[in-house]
Design a protein around this ligand. Structure first.
Ligand code: NAP
Ligand code: ZN
Ligand code: ZN
Length: 353
């Protein structure tokens, strides 16, 4: 079947309308009519080949929500009409230790929702800036939020799980002082989630203009990280820092804020490396510098259910598909509150090519 999509033919070309093929659903497949797709900074990194290795045409998008259109004969957990989501993973080996533990995100054969290997044409996966997607049932999530919130649920499928997973792994909860660095798509959800988990949240931003907004998102304190005196006031005080910044920066400025045995997890994935941190900032207080990649399928479902229970969705700006190139430029300037989401219905009006 052929569906309309938005994607790019080269790293230096804007996204444009195009038509792509989707496979007929197999016995274990779920065919999904996409209603909304969030716009992650990873989409921009990859469509512009900033991480290298992007295959073209590239159709980004891994924050997918919509309704089931049809299911394969062996699918019992989903039926036509169900509200569902698809995140960053559409396949994995299904038998390694990581897959057995529900950590498909760390499987060596994890297949990303776009730019991953597949037998489907054109030989690499094509993502959610498209009208439909066909996904093996193992990688389909159930959405329990009210339908009216569907557009704002979409960013949970990547930004939500990417921030939820490290907060859980490092056992963030009541009594913890947690820093969230960068108030963008990931960071604003990191603030909401850490707050809902009962932590005292300190938001760090480079943007003076986000000070008031960070408090309304659930931060207890806000620090403009460009002001050294404000930073110094938090030295040796935080149990955990979630760093979502999409650009190389001085990690020492944040490591110094961790108390003894504190940890900072990097989830931001800049195109070029951060300057190496000073070893003494780690050894003097037995601090940990860590990383984390999205989350596994069971934990993604847990996160969606946690968010439904706590009334958590993203703050979004809904855009038409043909506004995507402008949206990328605004995202690069940090000019989005706090996630663009594409209204996939607007793809129907695009020309296709
Ligand atoms: P985003 O919406 O653009 O937010 C990033 C935020 O980082 C900005 O809003 C800004 O916050 C801050 N920032 C950006 N450039 C900066 C600079 N030069 N100096 C200091 N701060 C800067 O991006 P996102 O979608 O949240 O994604 C963030 C990063 O996470 C990207 O690199 C993305 O690829 C990566 N990511 C990783 C995973 C994973 O599994 N690890 C998953 C998804 C995304 P302030 O204005 O508040 O300073
Ligand atoms: Zn993402
Ligand atoms: Zn595996």
């Amino acid at each position: 079947m052929t569906v309309k999509a938005y994607g790019a033919y080269a790293s230096d070309r804007p996204l444009q309308p195009l038509e792509i093929a989707r496979r007929a659903p197999g016995a274990h497949d779920v065919q999904i009519g996409i209603a909304y797709c969030g716009v992650c900074h990873s989409d921009l990194h990859q469509v512009r080949s900033e991480w290298a290795g992007t295959l073209y045409p590239c159709v980004p998008g891994h924050e997918i929500v919509g309704r089931v259109v049809a299911v394969g004969a062996q699918v019992s957990a989903f039926q036509a009409g169900d509200l569902v989501g698809v995140g960053c993973i559409v396949d994995s080996c299904r038998h390694c230790q990581d897959c057995d533990e529900g950590l498909e995100n760390y499987c060596g054969h994890m297949v990303g929702t776009y730019n991953g290997p597949t037998e489907d044409a054109p030989g690499h996966t094509l993502g959610g800036y498209s009208q439909q997607i066909v996904v093996h049932e193992r990688y389909v999530l159930r959405v329990r939020h009210p339908q009216g919130q569907l557009a704002a649920v979409a960013p949970l499928l990547c930004a939500g799980i990417t921030t939820y997973s490290p907060l859980r792994h490092w056992k963030v909860g009541p009594g913890h002082r947690v820093g969230v660095v960068g108030i963008g798509g990931l960071g604003h959800l990191g603030i909401k989630l850490a707050h809902a988990m009962g932590a005292h949240v300190v938001a760090f931003t480079t943007s003076e203009s986000k000070r008031a907004a960070a408090l309304s998102l659930g931060a207890n304190e806000v620090v403009v990280s460009r002001h050294p005196q404000e930073m110094a006031a938090h030295a040796n005080s935080l149990d955990f820092i979630l760093n979502t910044v999409a650009a190389p920066h001085d990690l020492d400025a944040f490591l110094r804020l961790l108390r003894r045995d504190g940890a900072m997890t990097l989830v931001g994935a800049p195109a070029s490396p951060h300057p190496s941190p000073n070893v003494f900032n780690l050894i003097m207080k037995r601090r940990t510098l860590a990383g984390s990649l999205i989350g596994g399928i069971p934990e993604t479902q847990e996160m969606l259910d946690f968010c439904a229970e706590h009334g958590i969705v993203a703050d979004i700006e809904l855009i038409r598909a043909d506004e995507i190139n402008t949206a990328y430029e605004r995202m690069l300037k940090g000019d989005v509150q706090y996630r663009f989401v594409i209204d996939i219905a607007t793809l129907a009006e695009s020309a296709g090519a």
